[in-house]
Design a protein. Structure first.
Length: 266
């Protein structure tokens, strides 16, 4: 088997960019996430493998694997990137990963101490404290420090507003007005008009906040909580990026690679 085994928590665009780059550089990687992830940028991630059994991102093929006994052989073969929704405790006990990367990007949650879970633990995003909750942290806030490896202390606090695109920032998104089951027949890449019905959540009708291209859309049938991000519209029509690895996730993934190489994980 190609070692060390690396376990990445999360299947969103950042977690997927990290996983893809690690896989492309020869590392043995497994992705773990919930049975119904609320990922919106699904064409920029491996999240759809959980729903459809497989997904591709920049030439890397991910496949849903629910039998832990299959993982060692798949990691050794290094042909597909396994993704699983097995109970996290079972996965940790079965894999005993050398490295754990928490890329769930739970921006408003306080992460638990994970240093006991692997020889090297890395936290991505706000609220991580290198040396306390994880061994290392990677800065995910936009700016000159994006992708920086933090060996001691906290990452930057959560920014107030998303990065603007063509003059639109938070108004590009639709958030859950309540908890419930998200229902939609639309697909990422659809052209939409402001005010157009895109989905339903219980009795609530969710409409396009602006005109543009659907860049993010939570999978149909997923149970969501209040204020979960559900829909993202890119106001650009021709230049909208709806698939592949975007610049920010790519820089974060490069920071993770740098951290591993500097510590002898090659």
């Amino acid at each position: 088997m190609t070692f060390p085994c690396m376990l990445v928590r999360g299947s969103g665009d950042v977690a997927s960019a990290v996983s893809a780059r690690l896989f492309q550089n020869g590392y043995a990687v497994v992705i773990h996430d919930l049975e119904q992830p609320t990922v919106t940028r699904r064409s920029m991630s491996f999240a759809d493998a959980i729903f459809d059994g497989h997904a591709s991102l920049e030439g890397v093929e991910a496949q849903l694997i629910q039998d832990p006994a299959l993982l060692p052989g798949l990691l050794a073969a290094h042909e597909i990137l396994p993704i699983t929704t097995l109970a996290f405790e079972i996965l940790i006990n079965e894999l005993r990963p050398a490295v754990l990367v928490d890329a769930r990007m739970n921006k408003h949650a306080q992460p638990e101490n994970q240093r006991h879970l692997a020889a090297l633990t890395v936290g991505l995003g706000p609220n991580f404290v290198a040396g306390e909750t994880v061994h290392l942290a990677i800065e995910t806030g936009r700016g000159e420090s994006l992708g920086q490896v933090i060996e001691q202390g906290p990452t930057l606090e959560l920014e107030g507003e998303p990065a603007p695109i063509a003059g639109h920032s938070r108004d590009r998104y639709v958030y859950a007005p309540s908890a419930g089951i998200f229902r939609t027949s639309h697909r990422i890449g659809d052209m939409v008009e402001q005010g157009q019905e895109l989905a339903r959540l219980g009795e609530s009708i969710l409409c396009a906040p602006i005109s543009g291209v659907l860049r993010g859309l939570t999978h149909d049938g997923v149970q969501v909580e209040l204020k979960t991000k559900l829909i993202e519209v890119d106001p650009r029509s021709v230049d909208a990026q709806i698939s592949g690895i975007a610049e920010r996730p790519a820089r974060i993934a490069q920071g993770v690679l740098q951290a591993f190489r500097e510590r002898g994980y090659r």
